[in-house]
Design a protein around this ligand. Structure first.
Ligand code: TXA
Ligand code: MG
Length: 327
C-alpha cells in the first residue's frame, strides 16, 4: 500500500493514482467532507472490492464522484432543471444528488436501482485524479461499514490498511462531516442525509424540500457505531450531571470546558457555539470514545438549529441507535 502526499493538481503523482484507479485498484482519496474509498465504476471486480474492503452491505448504493459539472449528463439522464440549479449553486461542494441513472452506468453501483447519486467534491487533488482517470469513479466513505467516517489519515489507516493499493493524504479536511444527500426524483425533493448544506439554503435555491432520513437506503443498518451503549441526552448541563451520576462505568461526550464536572473519562466535541468545529471534530471524538473501556457513553446533545449542528445531532442519534433522552 502506497501513501501519496500530493501538493499540486499538476503533480505527476496524480497520473499514478489515476492510473491505479483505471486499472481497477482501490485508492483512498481526500474530499472536503471525509476520505473516500474510490474505484473504477466500470470494473465490476473493483466495485466488489469496495464492498469487501468496507464489509458494506450490498444494498447500499455508491456515489459517482465527478470532476466537472458537465459530467452530470454522462452519468444521469432526464436531469431536472432544479438539479441543474443546485449543481450550479453548490458544486463543487458537499451536496450529493440522486438522479435517473444513465444507461451506460452499471446498475451494480446503485444496488440495482434505476437511480444514481452524483457529487463533485471540493478538492482540487481528487478532482484532478478523477478527471485524469478518464473513467467514472465511485467513492464511499473510507471506513469499515458501521463505523464513523474517516476524517484523518490515521482513521483511514486504522480502517483500510492492507485493504487498498493507495491512500492520498489530504491532511486536515475542511468539513469533516459527509455531504447532504438529496433525492431529486421526488416532488418536493427529499433530503436522505443532512450535511453542512441545510434545508434553508436548498429551499432558497429551489423552493420546498422534504427531510426524511428514514427512507434512505440502508437506513436500517448500523451507522457511526462506537460499540457501546450510547445515549444522546438533551437538556442543561446541570440536569445532565444529575442524570448520569448514578450510573457506573460510563464515559461522557461533552463540550469544551465541561470535563471538570465529571469524574469519569470525557471526550470533548469542542465549542458548541462553533458548529463548523463540532462537525470537524465529530468523527475523531467518536473514534476516541470507541477506544475507552466503558460500557455506556452519555452524549451531550448539540442544540443549535444551524445545518451543521442538526447534521451532527442526526449522526449522534445513529451512534445512540435512537436512544434519546430529553431532560
Ligand atoms: O461526503 C460524502 O458524501 C462522502 C465523500 C467521500 O464524498 N461520501 C459518502 O459516501 O459519505 P457513503 O457511501 O458513505 O454515503 C453515501 C450515501 C449513503 O447513505 C447512500 O445510501 C446514499 O448516499 N446513496 C448513494 N447512492 C444512492 C442512490 N442511488 N439512491 C439513494 N441514496 C444513495
Ligand atoms: Mg458512509
Amino acid at each position: 500500500m502506497e501513501i501519496f502526499r500530493i501538493s499540486s493538481p499538476d503533480s505527476e503523482q496524480i497520473d499514478l493514482v489515476a492510473d491505479m484507479l483505471r486499472r481497477g485498484e482501490l485508492c483512498v482519496i481526500p474530499t472536503e467532507t471525509v476520505y473516500g474509498l474510490a474505484a473504477n465504476a466500470l470494473d465490476s471486480d473493483a466495485v466488489d472490492g469496495i464492498f469487501r474492503a468496507k464489509n458494506r452491505p450490498n444494498d447500499n448504493p455508491l456515489t459517482i464522484h465527478i470532476s466537472d459539472v458537465g459530467d452530470v449528463d454522462r452519468y444521469a439522464k432526464n436531469v431536472p432543471e432544479n438539479a441543474r440549479v443546485l449543481a450550479e449553486k453548490f458544486w463543487s461542494g458537499a451536496l450529493t444528488m440522486v438522479l435517473e441513472r444513465a444507461d451506460s452506468v452499471p446498475s451494480k453501483i446503485s444496488a440495482g436501482s434505476p437511480t444514481v447519486a452524483l457529487r463533485m467534491p471540493d478538492n482540487d487533488i481528487s478532482r484532478a485524479i478523477i478527471r485524469k482517470s478518464g473513467v467514472p469513479i465511485v467513492a464511499t466513505s473510507a471506513n469499515r461499514s458501521g463505523s464513523p467516517s474517516p476524517t484523518t489519515l490515521a482513521h483511514v489507516l486504522d480502517d483500510m490498511s492492507g485493504r487498498v493499493s493507495a491512500v492520498v493524504d489530504g491532511g486536515e479536511l475542511e468539513l469533516g462531516i459527509e455531504s447532504t444527500v438529496i433525492n431529486m426524483l421526488c416532488t418536493p425533493p427529499k433530503i436522505l442525509r443532512l450535511g453542512s448544506i441545510g434545508v434553508a439554503e436548498l429551499e432558497e435555491a429551489i423552493g420546498p424540500v422534504e427531510f426524511d432520513e428514514s427512507v434512505a437506503p440502508a437506513s436500517a443498518h448500523k451507522h457511526y457505531s462506537i460499540g457501546k451503549n450510547a445515549v444522546l441526552v438533551s437538556g442543561s448541563l446541570d440536569k445532565f450531571i444529575n442524570y448520569v451520576h448514578s450510573v457506573e462505568n460510563y464515559a461522557v461526550l461533552c463540550f469544551e470546558g465541561e470535563e471538570k464536572f465529571f469524574s469519569r473519562p470525557c471526550v470533548s466535541l469542542g465549542d458548541p457555539n462553533n458548529p463548523i468545529a463540532l462537525g470537524k471534530r465529530l468523527f475523531s471524538a467518536l473514534r476516541e470514545l470507541e477506544k475507552l473501556e466503558v460500557s455506556t457513553v452519555f452524549i451531550r446533545c448539540p442544540d443549535g438549529h444551524d445545518s451543521v449542528s442538526l447534521a451532527v445531532k442526526s449522526r449522534l442519534l445513529k451512534t445512540a441507535e435512537n436512544k434519546f433522552v430529553e431532560l
